[in-house]
Ligand binder design. Structure first.
Ligand code: FAD
Length: 389
């Protein structure tokens, strides 16, 4: 009998499950295996930063367990299974404790991104949390309960740091934020827009320490921890959250000899430099772009689902603005392409900002909207060129 080699997907985040769903729309027969190092529960990762606002525990965020997903997708879902290496010549992956090998017909890398760990010293690093998946989220909430935490210091005032700051404020915590740059979301917003977010969060009680770095977190004999900054400033806290950014998980691909840059390099068909190996989601760099948001991975899943089913398809990225979950001052932003020439044209009234990034010919290349300014999102989105037409 001729046995059809399975499609194997590594990772069961929104990218892994997303592409599995799209694939099954076009092919209901080919064996499908999903492999994950976690417990394979399906959840919406953006909800990790609204847990206190919406009063949700980890279990509330789960939309389906691994068994349910397996039935829905007519797939096998292998949980708690680490993939050690990939042999692209033989089309094999090596997995698990016994290091068994599995053959694939097509392989999809949906491995996500790791949080960057800042170089912090001290004897209380077990009090420093990063919240990048459901298990992290559960750990943090348990630590809050156990320590009866009231005061949280955040390392990083970027998109994720500001979302957590607002969420913790909504949960009744005292929040201080330390960031080496000068204002909120400094890598994504022009200064005036970032300052609007800062003022709105300050009005709710947040305290920001810009232009400073956390250098150590030590136990405080009186309870909690002492956070020491490079300037010498010391902050007291019960717990610390680190949110300084993510780095695509590229090690497995690099070790297999795949081309890796910031992410695992793919073309517009999501194909890596190896035949029959594809990548999408936070781990992938698609035609030069490593976009770590939900909308791009959904677009990629759609195209790749067809390609895996035998109908080779290019990914199409329209303009995809990101909504930042800071209800104290909502933000909608669409960064201009890297290296784009142009300048900001900014209108501001209080904390309401409409900032348009235009080139010399007047073409809109990006925008940053805060407060009531977010009402302009639809209008401006229509004016933006697609990211990948
Ligand atoms: P992941 O969800 O990280 O999945 C990776 C999978 O790979 C996991 O199943 C993991 O177990 C598995 N894995 C890793 N290594 C191995 C291995 N060696 N062997 C086997 N399995 C492995 N985006 C938005 O667009 N809007 C938002 O509002 C938003 N809010 C966010 C809020 C927070 C707090 C965070 C952290 C992110 C947010 N994002 C948001 C980003 C968005 O959630 C991510 O872009 C998206 O979830 C990435 O999905 P993924 O499947 O690529 O990666």
């Amino acid at each position: 009998d001729h046995v059809i080699a399975p499609v194997i997907i590594l990772g069961t985040g929104m990218a892994g499950y997303g592409v599995a769903k799209e694939f099954r729309k076009h092919d209901s027969d080919t064996p499908l295996i999903l492999i994950t190092s976690d417990d394979g529960r399906a959840y919406s990762k953006p909800m990790l930063s609204t847990g206190y606002t919406r009063n949700t525990e980890a279990a509330d965020l789960v939309t389906a367990d691994a068994g349910t997903m397996a039935r829905q997708l007519r797939a096998s879902v292998w949980t708690m299974t680490q993939v050690h290496s990939i042999d692209t010549a033989q089309q094999l992956i090596h997995i698990g404790d016994s290091n068994s090998q599995v053959h694939y017909g097509k392989l999809v890398l949906a491995l996500g991104a790791d949080t960057i760990v800042p170089p912090v010293q001290g004897d209380a690093l077990d009090h420093v949390y990063s919240i990048n998946d459901l298990l992290d989220f559960d750990d943090f909430r348990k630590a809050v309960k156990k320590t009866q935490a009231k005061k949280i210091v955040l390392i990083g005032g970027g998109l994720i740091g500001c979302e957590f700051a607002n969420d913790l404020i909504n949960g009744g915590f005292n929040v201080e934020v330390v960031d080496p740059l000068g204002y909120c979301l400094p890598t994504l917003l022009p200064e005036q827009a970032g300052k609007a977010v800062q003022r709105a969060l300050e009005a709710k009680g947040a305290i920001f320490h810009f232009g400073d770095l956390v250098s150590a977190v030590n136990r405080n004999p009186a309870g909690g921890v002492k956070v020491t900054c490079q300037s010498g400033q010391e902050l007291q806290a019960d717990l610390v959250i680190s949110a300084v950014g993510v780095r695509p998980r590229t090690e497995l691909a690099a070790a297999a000899g795949l081309t890796v840059n910031r992410g695992i390099v793919t073309d517009r068909k999501l194909q890596t430099s190896a035949a029959n190996v594809y990548a999408l989601g936070d781990c992938a760099e698609v035609d030069g772009r490593n976009l770590v948001y939900v909308a791009p991975l959904n677009a990629a899943a759609k195209a790749l689902g067809q390609t895996l089913a035998g109908k080779a398809s290019d990914v199409v990225y329209p303009a995809m603005p990101v909504m930042v979950k800071t209800p104290a001052c909502p933000v909608a932003l669409s960064p201009a392409p890297l290296g784009a020439e142009g300048s900001w044209q900014i209108q501001q009234n209080g904390n309401d900002t409409v900032a348009e990034f235009r080139n010399a010919a007047g073409q809109l290349l990006g925008f940053a909207l805060t407060g009531e300014g977010t009402k302009e999102k639809m209008r401006l989105q229509k004016e933006l060129p697609p990211i990948l037409a």
